[in-house]
Design a binder for this molecule. Structure first.
Ligand code: AHM
Ligand code: MG
Length: 281
């Protein structure tokens, strides 16, 4: 596991360096979710594959940018599922984007999730890492290594409302719930990069990030194995809560397809409890 963490650190440093002088144009290819790939989506995927596949402990890699699972060492213990460039539609506007990693043991299932990490490529490079019960924030220092900054914890209630999905396709119950949070005084914060929006909620101590089921996307947009599960693992270990609108944790969900999606909500206890009541009466 430690070897994989080290390789992930090296990969995100390489991606961050490449982001200083990037090619921001599109390729001619689409990924499994139907998104046209940026050349930088492909490059980030290649960097991560190149570095992680040197590990003998790696059984397979699953990437947002790969149609199929990449099988590596039959006797490897871990499977890493990753989104190489989350928020890539923000490449052109120079907003903070990131990479997300989930480390599963033997089988890709939320129950087998052993560690989760994400990087934020912003004004500086940060890495959030959770193995065990602590969520830790690291920052790249002048020596070129990650330094520990602090443990991250969610408060019982936040002030931020990060609302995703096309509003004209929201269900009525969702629209009413979001409106009720604004009426309580919540402030809108939504960039279009899940990793940065959730990072803001974690750093500010609470709030809600939602990507609901909509009439145009009844199963939501965000992908279970490399977006939802790792971020749900981190939010819950930091003391927050998650749901798909029905279950009391996103980590209870099970999927067969590697690119499966789900509606998802991540937040402090207060907002998720209120959402479950609003959704289920
Ligand atoms: P990506 O991994 O292709 O960048 O897509 C995922 C992103 C999330 O980071 C973000 O929350 C969401 O898509 C934004 O979608 P929308 O533009 O529909 O709000
Ligand atoms: Mg993504």
């Amino acid at each position: 596991m430690q070897e994989l963490i080290k390789l992930i650190q090296e990969a995100v440093i390489e991606i961050s360096n490449e982001l200083k002088f990037p090619d921001t144009t599109y390729s001619d290819e689409k990924n499994s979710s139907g998104d046209t790939q940026l050349k930088f989506d492909v490059l980030s995927d290649e960097i991560i594959t190149k570095r992680l596949s040197t590990s003998k402990s790696l059984k397979a890699l699953i990437s947002e940018e790969k149609e199929e699972t990449l099988h590596l060492n039959e006797n490897g213990k871990f499977i890493v599922a990753y989104d190489p460039l989350d928020g890539s539609s923000l490449m052109d506007v120079n907003f903070a984007i990131g990479s997300i990693f989930a480390i599963y043991e033997e089988k890709v299932s939320a129950k087998n999730l052993k560690a989760a990490l994400y990087s934020v490529y912003g004004a500086r490079l940060e890495l959030v890492f959770c193995e065990g019960d602590e969520v830790k924030l690291y920052r790249l220092d002048k020596s070129g290594a990650f330094s520990y900054v602090k443990e991250l914890k969610m408060a019982e209630k936040g002030k931020i409302n990060a609302t995703g999905g096309t509003q004209k396709f929201w269900e009525e119950k969702h629209a009413a719930f979001i409106k009720s949070l604004f009426e309580e005084g919540y402030r809108l914060r939504y960039s279009g990069a899940m990793v940065s929006d959730i990072h803001q909620i974690l750093l500010k101590g609470g709030g809600l990030f939602s990507y609901p089921a909509t009439k145009d996307a009844p199963n939501g947009k965000l992908r279970a194995f490399f977006e939802i599960f790792p971020l749900a693992f981190i939010i819950e270990k930091a003391g927050g809560k998650t749901t798909d609108g029905k279950k009391h944790s996103l980590l209870e969900l099970e999927f067969d397809k590697i690119h499966a999606t789900s509606p998802c909500f991540f937040g402090s206890k207060y907002e998720i409890t209120k959402l479950l009541k609003a959704y289920n009466g």
